[in-house]
Ligand binder design. Structure first.
Ligand SMILES: *Cc1c(COP(=O)(O)O)cnc(C)c1O
Length: 713
């Protein structure tokens, strides 16, 4: 644990390729497949065994394999090319940011998030929120924003999903070996390791700060598993979203308050502070406390903090908005509110929210009150959020509530299939990534012959099916029983993908509403259909686990097993594979609970159209030609009615529109009309729902206005 980089025992690397080690410590490799190939090609089996982790790879690899690579001319050529790309990337001066904001000097955006989904080998994310944070960092690096990020390293990460024979989910936690993580201890300008402290009831607790290099961006992650914390406190950051409310408030104190202290110790002076969801909202208190300690009146300090702070709310689901009982807050903050110069009531009033179960201190309310710049994550969610938080703005109508929206997007390089990238390089030009948010660029795809795109799509699907079979084989080998059918899936059958967290509002089992109708489609002699499911339920969400079990048990029935597959352990690697490789991406949330959703954006980027409820981002994207809708833009009061109507719409659209289109082939076996939908999906969605477009909006609507407001004070 906590070993220094210099103490880690690496296999000695031949001098000629010694920079494989530098590369391993810049997560730039995580969105550059050709960089990952430099490890994979040295020893493909080991690369799979260490789950695509370059640091573990370099510790485990046999010296002879490295020697072979170092004397292989073809390998060295690729090696030199990747290193040249990395060097050029890091040194580049005419960056997006430099070109678009040439007059900006001295700005720094500090970005706080409880989870970061960067790569499958770093399991410190649970779902969409983490994936978004990871993509945000990667794009901030690509655009060269002045940016630093703060979060937690969870030594036991988020759980690994296992299903027992009955399909009941149980959690496996694996201790992360820090020696296998591409991190180094963060150091102050004078070379000292950074350990921050915060006060919890009756004790001080310490967190060590680690530095991750994500391209040009620094990501600082804190770890409480250090001496001299008590055993209990050492576990504080052990797991993402584990523990009770006391644990959670403690974690959030370390994240928000400790995070500010970590930045200060490292000499950062951010001009803008971005709270990505309410988990980090205590940071506003720390910023006020700092100013009050320097003699600023409380009200002035609050004004400045409000000017500088940006807050993004991510969910209308109540459980996603942390709110703590007041006695708990008293226990943790009784000495802190004095440092702010506040009484107990004044302090509680900063974030008071009445819930059905009593008065609470609500993190979303705190974040909204203490920042002047806030947003929801899609147009529809902006509207929903304005309604939800209208009570904080007495006298304002819903439309006047100051919560704007910036619709989420995805980091193209991270989610694009290599085969599709090759196609885009040819069709859009080698430098297409410099203009990837320009819709004009993508119109070039209209000219691509249908058979060309069809061939590429089939290649990607082939790779997915091989992956799904291998995962299935491994699962049944571990279970010690043969699979119900073997091999699973068929290459020529229309394939639907459904993968996401199994929160109940996402209604994974909607497709099973009318089994007769579904079975007719699955077993159709001329237009059959198969479905791949994946997804984790929160470890405490038993209703979600029942959904998984339901899907799993369907997949084990002898007449369904050939058409329905559940894949265990949904993670970034599987997310990539599924969104790239299926034919259609299905999304069935209970409107309007899906704040945005991003997996469907990943799919469309790869030419996989969506069939989705008009929830989250989809109403903005759907144009009648680039995918399909389920139901209408309609609000229901009755959940059963909603389920039935949506299910009927889902079946009808599949039967009457989607399946005929897919199976309608020209003389050469190409589904030309289907491919037109794929093209339209790419052309309309790839630019608009890119992380580039999203960060462009964050800059113009949130970050820069915050910086300007702070300057004006
Ligand atoms: C993209 C992604 C998500 C988010 O998917 P939604 O459909 O937006 O819920 C969650 N988990 C993983 C692993 C992903 O890749």
């Amino acid at each position: 644990m906590n070993r220094l980089e210099s103490e880690i025992l690496f296999t000695p690397i031949p001098e000629r390729i010694a920079r494989l080690r530098d590369l391993a410590y810049n997560l730039w490799w995580s969105w550059h497949p050709e960089a990952q190939d430099l490890y994979c090609q040295v020893d493909p089996d080991l690369w799979e065994l260490v789950y695509h982790n370059p640091v573990s790879f370099l510790r485990e690899v046999r010296q002879r394999k490295l020697d072979d690579a170092a004397s292989d001319a073809a390998y060295l050529k690729r090696f030199d090319s990747v290193m040249a790309d990395l060097d050029a990337y890091m040194a580049r001066k005419d960056t997006w940011f430099a070109n678009h904001y040439p007059d900006t000097t001295g700005e720094l955006i500090a970005y706080f998030s409880a989870e970061f989904g960067i790569h499958e080998s770093l399991p410190i994310y649970s779902g969409g929120l983490g994936i978004l944070s990871g993509d945000h960092l990667k794009e901030a690096s690509d655009m060269a924003l002045p940016f630093v990020a703060v979060g937690f390293i969870y030594p036991q990460g988020y759980f690994r999903q296992r299903l027992d024979h009955s399909g009941w989910q149980f959690a496996e936690y694996q201790k992360l070996d820090f020696a296998n993580v591409p991190a180094v201890p963060a150091r102050t300008p004078d070379g000292k390791e950074v350990v921050i402290e915060v006060d919890l009831p009756g004790r001080t607790i310490y967190a060590k700060v680690y530095r991750f290099q994500v391209g040009r961006i620094e990501l600082l992650l804190m770890d409480t598993d250090i001496h001299p914390n008590s055993p209990q406190d050492r576990e504080l950051s052990a797991r993402l979203y584990g523990g009770d409310q006391e644990m959670r408030v403690s974690q959030e104190i370390v994240l928000g308050i400790g995070g500010v202290r970590a930045l200060r110790k490292l000499g950062y002076t951010p001009t803008v502070w971005h709270m990505n969801e309410g988990h980090s909202a205590f940071l506003v208190l720390e910023l006020v406390r700092e100013m009050v300690a320097q003699g600023k009146p409380f009200a002035d300090a609050v004004r400045e903090v409000q000017a500088r702070c940006v807050f993004t709310t991510h969910t209308p689901v109540p459980a996603g908005n942390d709110a703590f009982p007041l006695p708990l807050m008293e226990k943790f903050f009784w000495s802190y509110w004095r440092q702010l110069g506040l009484s107990r009531d004044e302090f509680m009033n900063l974030a008071l929210q009445e819930q059905s179960w009593g008065a609470t201190f609500a993190m979303t309310a705190l974040a909204l009150r203490m920042s002047n710049h806030h947003n929801g994550v899609s147009k529809l969610h902006g509207h929903v959020a304005r309604g939800m938080w209208q009570w904080l703005y007495p006298g304002k109508s819903v439309d006047e509530v100051p919560i704007i929206h910036v619709t989420n997007g995805v980091h193209s390089a991270s989610w694009l299939a290599p085969e599709m990238r090759e196609l885009y390089n040819v069709v859009l030009g080698e430098d297409w990534e410099d203009y990837l948010d320009d819709p004009e660029l993508w119109t070039k795809l209209a000219e691509t012959p249908a058979e060309v795109l069809w061939k590429v799509r089939r290649n990607v699907k082939h790779r997915l099916i091989a992956f799904a079979r291998e995962r299935t084989r491994q699962r049944f080998e571990k279970l010690g029983q043969p699979p119900v059918v073997w091999p699973v899936l068929e290459e020529d059958i229309f394939t639907i993908g459904f993968a996401r967290r199994f929160a109940t509002y996402k209604r994974a089992t909607l497709l099973f509403k009318d089994m007769g109708r579904l079975k007719a489609m699955l077993h159709s002699s001329n237009r059959p259909l198969q479905i791949i499911f994946a997804g984790k339920a929160h470890p405490k969400d038993d209703p979600g686990k029942h959904f998984i079990q339901h899907v799993y048990q369907m997949s084990q029935q002898s007449d369904l097993a050939i058409r329905i597959l559940f894949l265990e352990e949904y993670d970034i690697a599987m997310g990539r594979m599924l969104t790239q490789g299926v034919d259609l991406w299905l999304n069935t949330p209970r409107r309007p609970y899906e704040a945005s959703g991003t997996s469907g954006q990943k799919a469309s980027l790869n030419g996989v159209p969506n069939l989705s409820i008009l929830d989250g981002w989809w109403p903005e994207a759907f144009n009648g030609k680039n995918g399909w809708k389920i139901g209408e833009e309609h609000e229901y009061n009755n959940a059963d009615e909603q389920d039935w109507n949506d299910a009927v719409s889902l079946y009808t659209t599949l039967e009457n529109e989607i399946l005929p289109l897919y199976y309608n082939r020209d003389a050469f076996g190409v589904p030309v009309e289907w491919i037109n939908v794929c093209k339209e999906a790419i052309m309309t969605i790839a630019p608009m729902f890119s992380m580039r477009r999203m960060l462009t909006d964050y800059l113009s609507e949130l970050y820069m206005p915050a910086a300007a407001e702070a300057d004006a004070l």
